[in-house]
Design a protein around this ligand. Structure first.
Ligand code: SAH
Length: 316
């Protein structure tokens, strides 16, 4: 094992690169190898050195259980070979991120590891809607729950916090929304307001609002596999009209050709303007094969509204 080899379990936030903590960004820049999940926004990986290996651990084709074992095995193996191993997860790794399992495996193997918190999608979703998740007069507490349980598809979510005047933020709930809303209706006569926010903080955010009785119909087939947070409770009545008007226009998708270090600032400006951007630095002499293949695939499967040459004039 290299001297002081360390594994960082990093939260990448919900998508916008500005919602990465400074520490997360610093460690991604410094990483000797990166293992990442599929919900991590691709641009965030471009803060890394082009010459390091990046491994997609969101796509290993085994069952869920074996897949996590495979990730654990890889983490231990890579800590043997590299000094700074970075494992990136979407949002906050401590919220439905299975981080505890990875900490346990690393500690058992005698490997130093640290969790770097990130902004969880429920916080990001509330911020985009101009909402608090709690509010002194309307909702005194919030519950983060999931619509997807590993051990049983029939398991119900706990509604006591909602019924007691709180906010419910449901992760991974869109596929089972019919079932979840039916559970709420069968427990209470109150037809709570519901907001479903897809792709929070990304260029293609989409909001659907309704009530427990209507939201399934409102969402219809719109999910298209995009990640979404479902917020249930009276707080939803306070969604800011101004905030919603900012969501209506999808941002432009831009490809910037140039060296990563030079293009990062210009690319970041595009995110600040509500867009989506990738840097095409496949010409870079020392690019790791894993990064080149990853970039080739991303560029081929996305359409871009603009392709720019890096002019390095960013204000960032
Ligand atoms: N650790 C993550 C959650 C992982 S579970 C976090 O703290 O956010 C995956 C679920 O997170 C998705 O099914 C979706 O419910 C939610 N999610 C992740 N990114 C999101 C985004 N950009 N917008 C809305 N929901 C998101």
């Amino acid at each position: 094992m290299p001297v002081e080899s360390r594994v960082y379990l990093i939260g990448a936030g919900p998508g916008h690169p500005g919602l990465l903590t400074k520490r997360a960004e610093y460690l991604i820049r410094k990483a000797d190898i990166i293992l990442y999940d599929h919900l991590v926004s691709p641009f965030i990986l471009q803060y890394s050195k082009p010459g390091i290996e990046i491994i997609d651990v969101g796509k290993i084709p085994y069952t869920r259980h074996i897949r996590q074992e495979e990730i654990n095995r890889l983490l231990v193996e890579k800590a043997d070979e590299h000094r700074t191993v970075v494992r990136i997860k979407g949002g906050d790794p401590a919220v439905f991120g299975r981080v505890q399992e990875e900490v346990a495996v690393l500690e058992a193997a005698g490997i130093h590891c640290e969790i770097i918190p990130g902004i969880t999608s429920a916080s990001a979703a509330a911020a985009m809607l101009g909402l608090g998740l709690t509010s002194r007069d309307v909702s005194t507490h919030v519950t983060f729950t999931t619509g997807h349980f590993k051990e049983s598809v029939d398991r119900e979510i706990c509604l006591s916090a909602l019924l007691d005047g709180g906010t419910l933020a449901i992760y991974m709930g869109v596929k089972r929304m019919g079932h979840l809303m039916a559970q709420i209706s069968s427990t209470t006569d109150v037809d709570y307001p519901v907001a479903v926010l897809f792709n929070a903080t990304r260029h293609d955010t989409k909001l659907v609002c309704g009530k427990v009785s209507t939201i399934v119909g409102e969402v219809g087939g719109e999910s298209g596999g995009s990640p979404a947070i479902i917020i249930v409770g009276d707080i939803v009545n306070l969604i800011s009209v101004q905030a919603v008007s900012r969501l209506s226009q999808p941002g432009k998708r831009v490809l910037i050709r140039g060296a990563r270090d030079e293009a990062l600032g210009e690319a970041y400006d595009i995110y600040e303007a509500g867009g989506w951007c990738l840097i095409d630095d496949r010409d870079s002499a020392h690019m790791h094969e894993s990064q080149r293949l990853w970039l080739e695939q991303l560029i081929s499967e996305n359409e871009f509204d603009e392709i720019l040459e890096c002019n390095n004039t960013s204000v960032y």
